[in-house]
Design a protein around this ligand. Sequence first.
Ligand SMILES: Nc1ncnc2c1ncn2[C@@H]1O[C@H](COP(=O)(O)OP(=O)(O)OP(=O)(O)O)[C@@H](O)[C@H]1O
Length: 126
Amino acid sequence: MNNEKFSIINRLKSFKYAFQGLKLFFVNDHNGRIHLFAAVIAIGLSFYLKLSALEWISILGGISAVIVAEILNAAIEKLADVVSPGFHPKIKIVKDLAAAAVLVAACLALVVGAIIFIPKLLFLQR
Ligand SMILES: Nc1ncnc2c1ncn2[C@@H]1O[C@H](COP(=O)(O)OP(=O)(O)OP(=O)(O)O)[C@@H](O)[C@H]1O
């Protein structure tokens, strides 16, 4: 437990650092930029297709799961590169597991997107 006195300034600083992390991810990280682009497309399509509240929740849930997984994956990769700059079989397992988390979230988001968008897009063309 932290015995430091509660300070609103320190809480605000934590937000500042978190936003610095977000900026690092979405501006400097290639995967982050790709995910931001995909999220913008999905949100744009959701507005265009006038999704219901439940459909919006599913799409936003999918987007956040992928972005959260990718941010944690990027953080783990950076930490692993400091801990072991050279090849290490255990670092391989750590990095592969972190990448697997992104893969699972991305596949599920893709399925959710397909279930919601495909019937609406097919219906639009008739
Ligand atoms: N230090 C290491 N020791 C062992 N295996 C590693 C190491 N670094 C990377 N690897 C292997 O290479 C794969 C890719 O690692 P890397 O850090 O390049 O991830 P990436 O997703 O390609 O990176 P980026 O996000 O920069 O594109 C890992 O999943 C792991 O199997």
